[in-house]
Design a protein. Structure first.
Length: 676
């Protein structure tokens, strides 16, 4: 017989021969009736009936036995009530959490049928629903067009995993009740009697400690938040909450009522209250009839908070996202890029959906007939149709929202582009780090470094031009002072794209010389110098270059300023000599003050105006500007609120010249001395 025949036939494969087989005559005989080791027969096949599979493997149905799974029981019950409300048959849902740990969920919907089922004439439909997996009214669209509790396992799983459950339903003004324990009926369906002022279904259950552990308890805070969220997701239903005093807390009242006709927009406004917004308005809206197939509702805001994306399908939360979130990302990215094309903003070509959603808070609710989820816990939506529904719903609405408020749209676009450029900058820095990880530190060719290796006490002078750099190199103390000459004016980083910034050689030289990285990749321990000193000519051009350098450090290395490393040198503009007496003046006003107070009328006063640092003899430069004993340094600090400072820098140094023009017009009257 072949090996394949052995695998699929009735004959077991031969056992492997022993290492040192004994002669056949000495082998003990095996009784004909003895079963072979590892036998597999019909007796090994278990047939689990009713709800026993749920209790044996709860993780297959609710994802485990932890706190999330425990609260999933409540989600299954309230989802059924929400399905009744969305279908238009219920307007109110009540949730009660009592001192004994029981949760009761009540709706005023149609109630569960109690008559005998056509397929099982000897059993009540109510009992079948509560004790049979995949028994329910949501497998087609006759009873419910859309539903969250779809698979017919929700309430029966809750029944299986509760040590006590009581269900009541009102049909034709008659109240019916049945009790269960661990999925098994403890009573029949009882007709309690006629009732005139009540309709719908009530489910009261207590999670089984045998499944969830003796210490596992439902959280009042979590139940309260889950209840409130349902009211935001469907404005046509009122949610009532109540709990005993023992479960009440500062954020969990004993009684509360939720009804939010504004839906997700109301929820979003409350979630981001107090946060600084990037754009003022909330982008919100809805498409389709609430609760019907293809309906979609959204509320999106951009703020400086952490941001979040909360999505739902048929009011069921989908914390792992899915296809509906894919539609959201696609619509927002496409809409913002389209607006960029209309405004001729070519920088937006680098945008991705992650750039648009950075610091974005989004609420998304979609209704789909017979949705497909990843797993029974419904944490992720897999229905491909949801992508198209959300994309179509948001596309035109987002275009109109952007066009209706150009100022907000431009602010959002600029902010998203900044995020994209920051992302590309980080990627480039990582590539540089990987490329140089095995190489020694390579410093810019124009840098004249100091001989000491310790950062403490070391100084880097950033000077304008090779001529000034030559003088500074002669005037410095080689042991502790380094000089980096820059040719021309540095790039204005406040008005430049990340691509331009990354391609600028002057900026690359500075970053490489300092060695500490930029922005969130700044590393204080890697800074190679204790003082970074900007040393420019004492004229208008020098002041302009200094302002550009300060802007660079404020935007790209703010920690360097915060830690007190950045300084301005104060080179003199004049040298005043009378006989053997020599003094230096910073500017015209200082010159006049020195002449009036320090020089007598005897002897000729000689005044030399330095054209620039490159024209100053290195001995004078050392004495006035670089010698720690005789020089004057100004430390750069941020004295006011950082956000206000950033706003001022963006206004005066950004890429909108009209802001600078307005500032010049407003402050021109205060100029008292203009050196032309």
């Amino acid at each position: 017989m072949s090996q394949t025949d052995d695998l699929f036939g009735d004959t077991p494969p031969p056992a492997p021969a022993p290492a040192s087989p004994a002669p056949a005559a000495q082998q003990p005989a095996r009784p004909a009736s003895a079963p072979a080791t590892g036998s597999y027969s019909a007796a090994d096949i278990e047939v689990l009936e009713g709800l026993e599979p749920v209790r044996r493997r709860p993780g297959m149905y609710i994802g485990g036995t932890d706190s999330n799974a425990l609260h999933h029981l409540f989600a299954e019950v309230i989802d059924n009530c929400m399905d009744e409300a969305i279908a238009g048959h219920a307007t109110r849902i009540e949730v009660e959490f009592d001192a004994e740990g029981f949760v009761t969920v009540i709706d005023n919907g149609r109630g569960i049928p109690v008559e005998a089922h056509p397929k099982f004439p000897n059993r009540s439909t109510l009992e079948i629903i509560m004790t049979t997996l995949h028994a329910g009214g949501k497998f087609d669209s006759k009873a419910y067009e859309t539903s969250g509790g779809l698979h017919g396992v929700g309430v029966s799983v809750v029944n299986a995993l509760s040590d006590a459950l009581i269900i009541e339903t009102v049909r034709d003004q008659q109240l019916y009740r049945q009790s269960f324990s661990r999925g098994t009926p403890t009573s029949g369906v009882e007709n309690v009697g006629r009732i005139n002022n009540r309709r719908g279904t009530s489910v009261r259950f207590h999670p089984d400690p045998e499944i969830f552990g003796g210490r596992a308890q439902l959280s009042a805070q979590r139940l309260f938040k889950m209840t409130r969220a349902k009211a935001y997701l469907f404005g046509g239903v009122e949610l009532r909450w109540s709990c005993d005093e023992a479960h009440a807390a500062e954020d969990v009242p004993t009684k509360a009522t939720f009804h939010y006709p504004g839906g997700l927009r109301d929820f979003m406004a409350s979630r981001i209250e107090g946060e600084t917004r990037i754009v003022d308005d909330i982008f919100s809206g809805q498409a389709g009839k609430p609760g019907s197939h293809g309906a979609c509702e959204w509320a999106i805001a951009w703020s400086l908070g952490d941001g979040f994306v909360s999505s739902y399908c048929n009011t069921v939360p989908t914390p792992d996202g899915g296809t509906h979130e894919t539609g959201l990302r696609t619509a927002l990215l496409r809409g913002l890029k389209s607006y960029a094309e209309l405004t001729n903003n070519k920088r937006a070509a680098i945008l991705t959906s992650e750039d648009v959603l950075a610091h974005c808070s989004a609420m998304l609710s979609v209704f789909v007939r017979e949705p497909e989820f990843v797993g029974q816990t419904k944490d992720k939506l897999a229905s491909g149709e949801a992508t198209r529904i959300v994309d179509n719903a948001l596309r035109d609405a987002f275009d109109h929202w952007l066009a209706a408020s150009p100022n907000q749209a431009s602010k959002l676009l600029d902010w998203a582009v900044d995020r994209a450029e920051e992302r590309l900058r980080r990627r480039k820095e990582k590539e540089v780090e990987r490329a140089s990880a095995t190489r020694k530190l390579r410093l810019p060719g124009k840098l004249a470094d100091c001989t000491q290796t310790a950062a403490q006490g070391a100084e880097l002078f950033i000077v304008e031009g090779d001529s000034a750099g030559g003088s500074a190199k002669q005037a410095r103390s080689r042991a502790s002072q380094a000089v980096l000459p820059l040719r021309g004016k540095i790039l204005n980083v406040a008005g430049a794209s990340r691509d331009k910034l990354a391609a600028n050689q002057l900026i690359a030289d500075m970053i490489q010389a300092l060695g500490c990285g930029t922005r969130d990749r700044y590393r204080e321990d890697d800074l190679r110098y204790d003082k970074i000193i900007i040393m420019t000519d004492a004229d208008v051009d020098g002041a302009h270059i200094a302002s550009l350098l300060i802007t660079f450090f404020f935007q790209e290395m703010p920690q360097l300023i915060d830690h007190g490393h950045l300084y301005l040198a104060v080179p003199p503009l004049y040298r005043i000599t009378q006989g053997a007496k020599t003094l230096y003046a910073r500017d015209d006003l200082h010159k006049e003050e020195l002449i009036a107070s320090e020089f007598t009328g005897r002897g000729k006063i000689e005044i030399t105006r330095f054209k620039g640092l490159g024209e100053m003899p290195f001995a004078h430069l050392r004495e006035t500007t670089m010698n720690p004993v005789t020089r004057t340094l100004l430390q750069v600090k941020v004295l006011q609120d950082r956000d206000d400072t950033r706003s001022s820098v963006d206004r005066l140094m950004g890429n909108k010249p009209e802001s600078r023009f307005d500032f010049i017009q407003a402050n021109a009257a205060f100029v008292t001395d203009l050196d032309i």
